[in-house]
Unconditional design. Sequence first.
Length: 283
Amino acid sequence: MYSSHVTKSTGRPWRKALLNIAFYLLIIAIMVPFLFVFYWMILSSFKNQVQNTAYPPVWVFNPTLQNYRDVFAQNDIVKFAKNSFIVAFGATGLGLLLGLPAAYGIARYKQQGLGLAILVARVQPGISFLIPLFIIFLKIKLIDTYIALIITHLIVTMPIIVWMMISYFEDIPAELDDAARVDGCSPYGAFWRVALPLTRPGIAASGILAFIFSWNNFLFSLVLSSYRTKTLPVAVFNFMSYEQINWGGLTAAATLITLPVLLLVLLVQRQIVRGLTIGAVKG
């Protein structure tokens, strides 16, 4: 009995170690393809066109900054970056302003119809909204304006905010709302003074994700904007033509577009993880 007890007790650390190794190997297997794509994008941005189209791929080369110089010379990157920030911040702020009360209403008053409508809007292809919105904005002369882009980007930002925040509001005990109403708060006052302060991690996480999705949106900006309100993803499209694709300029522009979002994620990664984790825990 003693020997079997020793074998059993000494076998558990090995089993736990093997499970940990398998877990980390699985994470590496999932992350490698994504990291390799990012690595290849940065690598290609320092190659010339001949090196980017060579087969087999060129791994050892003299890096050049010409692609980045071409990006700034051929495009008003500062202006397009400003446009992207205005549209992304506007769509995220308006999405929070409209989405938080919607999520609270769905969670507290079981408005499944509203939740389903928002979900359908998120699942539908963006092109199905583009044509009617283009006709409407054309009639009221809002083409190539920030207002038109911000309104269309709500199709992307609002569903993310609403469906992330529903679980946060559901986790708040209804007794807290009842206590706030006993103290004289209206339903809106209970939402503003009780629900919102308790869901700050969720608001931060959903807002950041909505900003990223709006920042990367391409379709609406391509059709509804011109030079005055053109965003960065549309500027990247200029490096593609019917004759050829300027891979160096394309990857250099893509790298410049990715860097602000990457820095934002690195700065607020704790808030994102905390927000997503808290929202996933029930009870």
